[in-house]
Design a protein around this ligand. Structure first.
Ligand SMILES: Nc1ncnc2c1ncn2[C@@H]1O[C@H](COP(=O)(O)OP(=O)(O)OP(=O)(O)O)[C@@H](O)[C@H]1O
Ligand SMILES: [Mg+2]
Length: 690
C-alpha cells in the first residue's frame, strides 16, 4: 500500500508536466512536493499530507507550517543546483593474479577496462538512470561520479564546472548497493543520529528529529520506525525497508546531488514505483538525481528523464529517456513487437542480443546460448553507432557552459563557497557519536555470553585460589600473574575487531563528510570506558576476596586500578593492531603471538632469561602490571610462614626477588607511555588508512 503522502507525491510529480533542463532552477521547487522545500506551496502541501496520514503526532496545520517554514528555509539554503558533467570517463583495474608472481616478478600485471569513454550531462531537476547488464560498470561509474573511487580515473567529471571538492562531498548523497547500517539501532534512531550529525547547527535538536520523522513518513517506514534495522546475523526490518532506511539517511540532509545504486532491487513493483516517484519528486525540487537500476518496469522507465546504457563498460546510449526507441530505430534496431518495455529492449541490446533474434528462440533451435560472436559484433556495432551519432552532440552539450542557466549562479556560489567544512561542532559530533556507540555496542559488551565467560572464570579462579594466604605465597603470586595475563588477553582480543568491523561504516560516513575522524575516535575511546571497565571490576572484586589476597581496602583498590590500567593498555594495543592491519584474521594471529611473548617474558615462568632476550620484558605491559600487583600486595619488610614455625622475608622469595618491589613509578610511567602510544598509533593508522 502506498501511504497517502506518497500517492500525492507521485501524482504531483507526474501531473506537473515539467520539462527538466528548460526551466530555471528557482521554479522547480514550486512544482514539486518535496520535504525540503521552502515555498509556501510545497510546505503547505506537506503539512496537509502529514496530517492526513498520521494519527499520532497531531499538530495544528498552521503551527506545523510555521515550524516547517523555518527548518525548510535553512535546509533550502543548503540546496545548490548542481550540473554534473562527465566526459570520456575511463577506468582500468589491475587484476590480481596468484600465478607467476615469484617466477616473473617484473611482468606487468594484466589490466581490465571497466569503463571506457562514458559521457553524459545531468542537470538539476533531472533524474538519470544507468542501465546495463550485471558487471557492465554501473556501480563503478556511479562511485566515480560520487567522487569515491579510490584509484584514479581518466576523463573529466565536473560539478558546476568545478572538480570534486570537500564542500561538494557534503552536498552529495550516495546510497550504496550494499546497505551499511548499525544492526542494533532502530529505524528512527538510525535516521535521527544521521540528522543530528549531518544537518546544519542552525537547526535545533527538535527540528532535526522532526526532519528524521518526515523522512520516515516520506519513505513509508512509519510501521517499522521502532524496529531494529538488523543485519546478516540479526533479524530486523525487511530487506526493502533496510534499503529505504539507507535512502533516508541520504535524503535527510536534502542533498543537491543524490546518487543511488540499485535502490529498487529486491522490492515489489509498487514499492519500487514509490521510491522512483520520490526520487523524481526530489529531482523536480532542484536536485540532480542519478540512479542505477536493474530491470525497471515500463512504468518506472517513463519516470526517467535521461538514461545511460552501458555494455561491458562502454556506452551504447546516453541522452533523453524518451528518445531511446527513436534513436535505435534510426540505426536499424526495432523491437519485434509493439508494446515492448524500453528497458528490456535496452538490456537486450546491451547484452548484444539484436531484437530480431530472441533468446528463447536461440535455445529452442540450438539448445545452447553460445552466439558470442554475434553478440560481440552487435555490441561493437552499437558502440560504433553511439560514437558516430550520439557522442558529437553530447560533447557539444557538455561544453555548452554559457547557455547553462545554472552555471551563472554556481559561479557566485563557488566564489563564496568557503562554507564551514563541518555542519556540526566537534563537541556535538562527539556527543552524538558517543550516544550512538553506547546504544549500538551495549549489546555486544554486555552480551550474556561475555558476562558468563568472565563470571565463570572469576568464580572458578576464586574457588581454585580459595582463601589462599601468605603461607602459600607461590600460589598468591600465581594469582596476581593470572590477573595480569587474563586482563591482557581478554581486552586485546575484543579490541582487535573494533576498527576492521567498523571500517565500512567509517568509510561510508567519512566519505559523506559526516564527522571528523578525531571526534569519532574520541567518542569510541570514551564509549569503551564504561563498557570495558565494568567486567574487570566485577571480576577482580569477586576473585580478590575469594582468593584471600591482602584484606586491606587500599590494597584492593590499588590492585583494581592497576588491572583497569592494564585493560586500557591492552585494549590500546588491540585497537592499534586492528587499525594497522584492518584484517581480523591477521590481527588475531599477530595478537596471539604478541601475547604469548608477553606471557613468557612476563617474569613468572622464566626468571633467568638470557641477557640477549631480557629486553623482551620491557616491552611487555603484562610484566609491568604483574610487577605493580606484586608491589602493592607485599611490602619489602613483610614476612610469611615458610615452614613450620619459620618465617621468611617476602623479599627473599625468589619470584619477588627477581621482580623487585621498588621503582613502581617507573612501571606506571611505562604503562602510561604504552596507554597513550598505542592509541596515537591507532589514530594515525586510521587517518592514513583514509
Ligand atoms: N576493484 C575491483 N576488482 C576487481 N574487479 C572489479 C573491481 N571493480 C570493478 N570490477 C569489475 O568491474 C566490473 C564492473 O563492476 P560494477 O560493480 O561496476 O558492475 P555493475 O554494473 O554495478 O554490476 P551489478 O549490476 O552486478 O551490480 C565487474 O566485472 C567487476 O568484477
Ligand atoms: Mg552494481
Amino acid at each position: 500500500m502506498m501511504p497517502p503522502e506518497q500517492e500525492t507525491t507521485a501524482t504531483t510529480s507526474t501531473a506537473t508536466s515539467i520539462q527538466p533542463g528548460n526551466i530555471p532552477a528557482a521554479n522547480w521547487s514550486e512544482n514539486a512536493l518535496v520535504h525540503a522545500e521552502p515555498s509556501g506551496t510545497s510546505t503547505r502541501s506537506l503539512s496537509i499530507d502529514v496530517s492526513t496520514c498520521f494519527e499520532d503526532d497531531q499538530m495544528p496545520d498552521q503551527l506545523q507550517d510555521q515550524a516547517n517554514a523555518h527548518r525548510f528555509s535553512i535546509l533550502h539554503q543548503s540546496l545548490r543546483p548542481i550540473t554534473l558533467k562527465f566526459e570520456d570517463v575511463a577506468y582500468t583495474i589491475k587484476l590480481q593474479t596468484n600465478k607467476g608472481s615469484c617466477l616473473a616478478p617484473h611482468e606487468p600485471k594484466p589490466t581490465r577496462t571497466v569503463l571506457n569513454g562514458v559521457s553524459g550531462v545531468v542537470r538539476p531537476g533531472e533524474l538519470l538512470a544507468m542501465l546495463g547488464p550485471s558487471g557492465s560498470g554501473k556501480t563503478t561509474l556511479l562511485t566515480a561520479l560520487a567522487g569515491r573511487l579510490p584509484s584514479k580515473i581518466s576523463g573529466v567529471i565536473t560539478y558546476n564546472g568545478q572538480p570534486f571538492s570537500s564542500s561538494m562531498k557534503r552536498k552529495t548523497g550516495f546510497v550504496t548497493q550494499d546497505d551499511v547500517l548499525y544492526p542494533h539501532l532502530t529505524v528512527l534512531e538510525t535516521l535521527t543520529y544521521v540528522a543530528m550529525l549531518r544537518l546544519p547547527k542552525q537547526l535545533s535538536k527538535q527540528e532535526k528529529m522532526e526532519q528524521a520523522e518526515i523522512i520516515i513518513r516520506d519513505l513509508g517506514l512509519s510501521r517499522c520506525r521502532n524496529s531494529i534495522v538488523g543485519g546478516t546475523l540479526l533479524r530486523g526490518v525487511s530487506g526493502g525497508e533496510r534499503k529505504r532506511v539507507s535512502i533516508g539517511q541520504e535524503m535527510v540532509v536534502n542533498p543537491s546531488l543524490l546518487l543511488l545504486d540499485e535502490p529498487t532491487s529486491g522490492l515489489d513493483s509498487t514499492t519500487a514505483q514509490r521510491i522512483v516517484a520520490t526520487l523524481r519528486g526530489l529531482a523536480r525540487g532542484g536536485r540532480t538525481v542519478i540512479t542505477t537500476i536493474h530491470q525497471p518496469s515500463s512504468r518506472l522507465y517513463r519516470m526517467f528523464d535521461k538514461v545511460v546504457v552501458l555494455s561491458d563498460g562502454c556506452p551504447i546510449y546516453s541522452g533523453h529517456a524518451g528518445g531511446v526507441m527513436e534513436y535505435f530505430a534510426s540505426i536499424g534496431y526495432v523491437p519485434g513487437f509493439d508494446f515492448v518495455n524500453p528497458a528490456d529492449f535496452l538490456l537486450d541490446l546491451a547484452n548484444g542480443i539484436a531484437p530480431d533474434v530472441k533468446q528463447d528462440e536461440q535455445v529452442e533451435f540450438h539448445g545452447r546460448l553460445d552466439h558470442h560472436g554475434d553478440h560481440n559484433s552487435t555490441k561493437q556495432s552499437l558502440i560504433a553507432s553511439y560514437k558516430k551519432n550520439l557522442y558529437p552532440a553530447l560533447k557539444a552539450d557538455i561544453h555548452r557552459n554559457l547557455t547553462d542557466p545554472v552555471l551563472s549562479t554556481s559561479g557566485i556560489l563557488s566564489s563564496r563557497g568557503c562554507e564551514n567544512r563541518w555542519t556540526t561542532s566537534w563537541w556535538e559530533q562527539f556527543k552524538v557519536l558517543l550516544r550512538r556507540g553506547l546504544k549500538e555496542r551495549k549489546h555486544e559488551s554486555y552480551s550474556g555470553l561475555k558476562i558468563f565467560q568472565v563470571m565463570s572464570v572469576s568464580i572458578l579462579s576464586g574457588l581454585l585460589w580459595w582463601k589462599s594466604d601468605t603461607s602459600r605465597i607461590q600460589d598468591q603470586v600465581g594469582l596476581l600473574f593470572f590477573f595480569s595475563i587474563f586482563w591482557g588477553f581478554f581486552p586485546l582480543f575484543s579490541a582487535i575487531f573494533a576498527f576492521p568491523l567498523e571500517r565500512p561504516m567509517l568509510i561510508k560516513e567519512r566519505s559523506s563528510g559526516m564527522y571528523r575522524l578525531s571526534s569519532y575516535y574520541f567518542a569510541r575511546m570514551a564509549g569503551d570506558l564504561p563498557m570495558e571497565l565494568v567486567l574487570p571490576t566485577i571480576f577482580v572484586t569477586v576473585t580478590y576476596w575469594m582468593g584471600g589476597l591482602k584484606p586491606s581496602l587500599l590494597t584492593f583498590v590499588l590492585t583494581l586500578l592497576i588491572i583497569l590500567f592494564n585493560v586500557l593498555v591492552s585494549q590500546g594495543l588491540g585497537l592499534a593492531l586492528g587499525a594497522i592491519l584492518m584484517d581480523v584474521k591477521q590481527a588475531t594471529t599477530l595478537s596471539s603471538v604478541t601475547m604469548l611473548v608477553f606471557l613468557l617474558a612476563g617474569g613468572y615462568y622464566i626468571q633467568h632469561i638470557p641477557s640477549f632476550m631480557a629486553w623482551l620484558k620491557y616491552i611487555s605491559f603484562s610484566h609491568y602490571c604483574y610487577k605493580l600487583l606484586v608491589g602493592v600486595q607485599y611490602s619489602a619488610n613483610e614476612v610469611y610462614a615458610c615452614g613450620v614455625g619459620r618465617e621468611c622475608r617476602v623479599m627473599d622469595f625468589s619470584a619477588i626477588q627477581f621482580l623487585g618491589l621498588d621503582h613502581k613509578w617507573w612501571d606506571v610511567a611505562a604503562l602510561t607511555v604504552m596507554l597513550v602510544g598505542y592509541r596515537v598509533l591507532a589514530y594515525l593508522a586510521l587517518r592514513m588508512g583514509h
